[in-house]
Design a protein around this ligand. Sequence first.
Ligand SMILES: Nc1ncnc2c1ncn2[C@@H]1O[C@H](COP(=O)(O)OP(=O)(O)OP(=O)(O)O)[C@@H](O)[C@H]1O
Length: 202
Amino acid sequence: MRLALEDVGHAYGDASLFHELTWTFTPGTSYAITGASGSGKSTLMAIISGWIAPAEGRVLRDEVDSISWVFQNPFGVPRRTAVDHVSYPFVARGFTGEEADQRAAQLLDDFELSHVADRQFKHLSGGEAQRLMLARATAVSPDLLLVDEPTAQLDRATARVVNRVLSNVVSSETIVIVATHDEETRDACDAHLDLTSYLKGN
Ligand SMILES: Nc1ncnc2c1ncn2[C@@H]1O[C@H](COP(=O)(O)OP(=O)(O)OP(=O)(O)O)[C@@H](O)[C@H]1O
């Protein structure tokens, strides 16, 4: 798998965001994208995923076959239990029901969610719901996982639990990219891409 940016830049009309951004993303690594509000973090994630084409440069994307997103507002199936949210992706990947249940139970444990396994999604707290979205993304096992501001809606203590489990989403086959304002989220990632360094004029 290969994912890289070559001299990528973007602007909306006359409003230039970043430019001359060259970067290689390696499987098994998590990357924090930081920068001021409006610097283009979400735009860069959309470019990396292929949702939008960059105004300048190009994205090299070889064998990146599956892409998952975790958004800042967790969305699950309101009446479905937490454990079902993580066991279904394993069933979809071809595991038997029993194997899927075992793996789902392990994942809930990894994400500090065992105590809410049988609770419906609509009854989870914000931090639990966000951790469940990360656990579900892990169960899907995408080549590329894009996480947009995972702690933006959470209080400090709850954000800390999310940051603590963030490293659990990184497997040797997955590239994880997290847009964040949160310094603790940034520090929980393996590498750091600061968009401030790529503003026009720098
Ligand atoms: N489709 C669009 N058309 C025009 N301008 C846009 C569009 N999408 C985003 N922008 C503008 O581009 C700038 C960068 O937006 P973006 O959402 O990528 O920044 P961000 O760094 O993720 O911001 P935040 O941290 O506040 O979420 C903002 O000023 C935004 O208003």
